[in-house]
Design a protein around this ligand. Sequence first.
Ligand code: FMN
Length: 129
Amino acid sequence: MLVRVAYVSNLIGTAGRSPLSMAQIVGVSDVNNRRDHLCTSMLFHDGQVVQVIEGQRVDVDRLLRRLDSDARLGPLRMVCDMPIRERALTEAVTVCHEPQRTLDHVGLTDLDHVTHGSLEAMLEYRIAA
Ligand SMILES: Cc1cc2nc3c(=O)[nH]c(=O)nc-3n(C[C@H](O)[C@H](O)[C@H](O)COP(=O)(O)O)c2cc1C
């Protein structure tokens, strides 16, 4: 079954705050996600991340377990977990390059307030661009 899940989490230490740290995350993710036929999109903002993951249930759950035990992330707050007919994402990994503009567009001040609705709006707008 094809599913879309999304979570918000606090980034611990310097994770996701520097180009090097982001490149490390993206590098590993790109290799693994291609192997597991997963598509993901990440948006980093003010020490937090929201990540959308699409793929087969078993592959998504395996990734969630790895994320759950990743010391760079705090607890995962799930904001979406639903079956989908087709993917909204096409790439193994994309990083949103305009996080502030994206949040402004959907009327959010921070990732603490991401809901299923605002996530869908972000997906339609440019979380994947
Ligand atoms: C914000 C963030 C997003 C991540 N996204 C992914 C991902 O999409 N795919 C992935 O395999 N690992 C991702 N990781 C890394 C995993 O938590 C874990 O370190 C990695 O999958 C382990 O891979 P390995 O077993 O090949 O070393 C992410 C880590 C962080 C901090």
